[in-house]
Design a protein around this ligand. Sequence first.
Ligand SMILES: Cc1cc2nc3c(=O)[nH]c(=O)nc-3n(C[C@H](O)[C@H](O)[C@H](O)COP(=O)(O)OP(=O)(O)OC[C@H]3O[C@@H](n4cnc5c(N)ncnc54)[C@H](O)[C@@H]3O)c2cc1C
Length: 542
Amino acid sequence: MTKTSAQRTRRLGGWGFEGAAFSPPTPMLTWLEERLGPSEPFPSFDPATAEIPAAEPLPDLGSAPLSTDDLDRLAHSRGQSLIDLIRLRSGTVSATPAAVARPANDQELEDLLRAADRHGLRIVPFGGGTSVTGGVTVVPDDRPVVTASLEGLAGLHHLDEVSGLATLGAGTRGPALEAALGAHGFTLGHFPQSFELSTLGGWIVTHSSGQESLGHGRIESMVAGLDLVAPAGRLSIPALPASAAGPDLRQWITGSEGRFGIITKATMRVRRRAETLRVEAALARTWRQGVDTVRTLTRAHGSGRIPLCLLRLSDGPETEVALTVGLAKSRFEGLTRKYLGLRGVDRGCLLLVGAKGSPWDVDRSLEQAKILATERGVVWLGAGPGRNWSHDRFRHPYLRDGLLDRGYATDTLETAAPWSKVDTVYRAVRDALGDLPVLCHLSHPYGDGVSLYFTFFFRCPTDPDEAAALWAGHKRKAQNAIAETGAATSHHHGVGFWHAPWAPTEWGELGTDMLRGVAERLDPNGILNPHVLLDPTDRLEL
Ligand SMILES: Cc1cc2nc3c(=O)[nH]c(=O)nc-3n(C[C@H](O)[C@H](O)[C@H](O)COP(=O)(O)OP(=O)(O)OC[C@H]3O[C@@H](n4cnc5c(N)ncnc54)[C@H](O)[C@@H]3O)c2cc1C
């Protein structure tokens, strides 16, 4: 019998669940060794031997169950970025929460916040804990920190099939959310790569974007209403299709990263499940040809001519790695390479094009996309490579652990820019990362621009502080380069405390003051996640 995610044991210091793995294929390791040289395995510390400072005694925090178990506190001390893995795997976590609270309903959460406010404690909301910006990291503090795990606020509360509105608990993880809606023939259609572990509330407050965002939109476009509990009280935003009653309060909460309050439930715009999702692949001969094709296809989608749900273009290096990881194990590799050879393409840029709907709609959309792409010189490969990508899309995060086991560190950076600036941003980030192997893809396209997503690799020193400093150096350079081009601080990972030094460049002084004003009104004593979003201290090495 397959175990549900609730029954499986989450891995500490790695992605996902115990027993699941995705080992880096040998050609990928060879590719890295050729570029970075041989490496030494990064230590893997046994959490059972962790020396965790005893939990401070806490005052009465209401009726929400509190856990002071050492491993529970350790597991809730960090998120899922590379630096989190380095710190967890080396046993060098700088602070753990004094306790993990698990409120089962809004009232227990409200009581917890009131008590924490009264006693001067800090509260870190924890959804799936997949933050890659330090959003759930416990920062050393002179006040005790309690992590509020939201797993108890989960499930489908109500489905209005007529309106296509579903009210769900904020702590509902991706698979449980889709299963609950799927039982009624509905879907939210939000599939971030972290889908297996991340939660509805986490998605909303970080401006998450799913892989099918071209078809379904970003998470904020799906939020009709929500309930928030803050130290200052409760905020309930009704689910309305639209309203002209002043600025949209929902937009004040999306992206607030737990700094303004904790979302307990949200009413989401859902739709009938599509019968078919098909992803086909093509190969652009050059990056420029690929970028132009993605822009043209996006516009054809926007005008309703070619309905698509996904477009993703890898640059040359990412294509090389994708072919190594994906195609190398498939029976399509030989055929693909032969086919490309006949068309005079030995390298290129992999383009994935996805459509969803009835089989007839999908056939029609992909046929139209193929005509439009091939008119531009792109070579259409068909469904084989796309099927591999769809099969592995939620397994890729496991690769990172396998690479670190072998001493290669990998991290990602993402931004968004207008189409006219794509090349500038692409070059700027590549230049900032110097000689490191860097992969890039464009995804989440819009009429006016697109997200650029970079993956970089470096040989990981076995000393965790050295590894952290090396990583932070790369990160700072790349983030400075992004800021200098005027591109977005982040497209979908959010701010956390990592990007907090850069985010004000987008808001300006007055904008930053406006956000601070809201935080002070909702959380006058600064107990909620005080280091994310609005604290510009650079703590990358933490
Ligand atoms: C391997 C990997 C792949 C990823 N892929 C994607 C991707 O494709 N698309 C994407 O958008 N992101 C991606 N991410 C980033 C991450 O998964 C998202 O930011 C996600 O939205 C976080 O959800 P979560 O439930 O895990 O939130 P958490 O990590 O638990 O929390 C994130 C932030 O939100 C706050 N928070 C959490 N729940 C609530 C709540 N209910 N109310 C108020 N505040 C809350 C936390 O305090 C924290 O500041 C990826 C991360 C990893 C590690």
